[in-house]
Design a protein around this ligand. Structure first.
Ligand code: PLP
Length: 393
């Protein structure tokens, strides 16, 4: 995509993914593949003396290995993993106190929306949701007690792109406000928010980072030691830790992240272009297409787009149902970012927890279909979409 004006792929990314934090010398056995350490407790040479590990919740060698690799891939100093993406979000919000305020993108992951509205609000932390494609909206939403700005870019499921550098520059004028970017949709291969001034990069590792649809896990990557220490404390104090076996799986999956993301990027782009000329398609929401309203911003801060995008067709709920149940290669399921292609209807599935009125305002209609383009042959995927259109219309 670099030749189309996007950022160049980061040189050395694949090497970092394979070697950072993986030094065989750190294990007595000199194992090339980092072992899975399941022990929940570690022998101490003398009371209250330890060799780096005491108890599995506060630290685990398999987890540390993954965290080091994640930080290196992001160009960050520290990586902290959590039991899920929402576990990461819960912990990040726990950096705040009762009476604090959050400004958040209005079109975000359904679970983040539900957490902020139905749980965090009850604990006395209010959130204002607004459209982040206009920075004026963010500035207008900032209050004296605003302590966090939560950016998701591109958004889910409408693929709106927020200008991370411009938002960061504007927000920094209002004092000490933490900027968090949920980077789940793009991964550090396609977008590195710390380079644009974000304080914290948040992940659902469940999606592209693990990429095999067999682990639920989350992470936060930071540069500031002060934030790292607070998050380390919370990771242990709140107990939102991942299992060593899962850490092993995600660490292994990172070895192919560069290959997978490059393939997701080209295959989804090819399919998006094919859909754009399909007579039953009204609009394709894909930030790699020149028709995308924030195409210029996407070029400035990403090296292309991943495999997840949405499109609107000319039918209604009935056509959506027929289309989705006619697919043979794409699997009708929630989630995204795996090697297998998925398709879903956000209005009834992933975004059903968003209040109907808000869904309507955002444009999450019954004719909006979200795809997660996997790693199958692109021609098979296009053929599958083609036959599903024929069956539905
Ligand atoms: C899935 C997802 C989450 C939540 O992560 P879990 O691992 O499911 O808890 C958060 N943000 C985005 C963008 C996601 O896609």
């Amino acid at each position: 995509m670099a030749d189309q004006g996007f950022l160049k792929d980061k040189v050395g990314f694949a090497t970092i993914a394979i070697h950072a934090g993986q030094e065989p010398e750190k294990w007595k056995s000199a194992a090339v593949v980092p072992p899975i350490v399941t022990s929940t407790t570690f022998k101490q040479p003398a009371p209250a003396e330890h060799t780096g590990f005491e108890y599995g919740r506060s630290g685990n060698p398999s987890r540390n290995t993954l965290e080091e690799c994640l930080a290196a891939l992001e160009g960050g100093k520290y990586g902290i993993t959590f039991s899920s993406g929402l576990g990461a979000t819960t912990t990040l919000v726990a950096l705040l106190s009762k009476g604090d305020h959050i400004v958040c993108s209005d079109d975000i992951y359904g679970g983040t929306n539900r957490l902020l509205r139905n749980v965090v609000a009850r604990q006395g932390i209010e959130t204002t949701f607004t459209d982040f494609t206009n920075i004026k909206n963010i500035e207008n939403a900032i209050q004296e007690n605003t302590k966090m700005v939560w950016i998701e870019t591109p958004t889910n499921p409408l693929l709106k792109v927020a200008d991370i550098a411009a938002i960061t520059a504007a927000v920094k004028n209002y004092g000490n406000i933490l900027i968090v970017v949920d980077n789940t949709f793009l991964t550090s291969y396609l977008q590195r928010p710390l380079d644009f001034g974000a304080d914290i990069v948040m992940y659902s590792l469940t999606k592209y980072m693990n990429g095999h649809s067999d682990v639920i896990m989350g992470a936060a990557i930071v540069n500031e030691p002060e934030i790292e220490q607070k998050l380390r404390f919370l990771q242990n104090a709140m107990g939102v830790v991942p299992a060593p076996f899962d850490c092993y799986l995600v660490n292994r999956s990172l070895k192919t992240l560069a290959l997978r993301m490059a393939r997701h990027r080209t295959s989804a782009f090819t399919i998006a272009k094919w859909l754009e000329q399909h007579p039953k398609v009204v609009e394709v929401l894909h930030p790699g297409l020149p028709s995308h309203p924030q195409y210029e911003i996407a070029k400035k801060q990403t090296s292309g787009h991943s495999g997840v995008f949405s499109f609107k067709h000319s039918g209604g709920l009935e056509e959506s149902r027929k289309f989705l149940s006619s697919l043979k290669v794409f699997i009708l399921a929630e989630s995204l970012g795996g090697y297998e292609s998925l398709a879903e209807l956000p209005s009834l599935m992933t975004h059903a927890s968003v209040p109907a009125q808000q869904r309507l305002e955002l444009g999450i209609t019954d004719s909006l279909i979200r795809l997660s383009v996997g790693l199958e042959d692109t021609t098979d995927l296009i053929e599958d979409l083609d036959q599903a259109f024929k069956a539905a219309f």
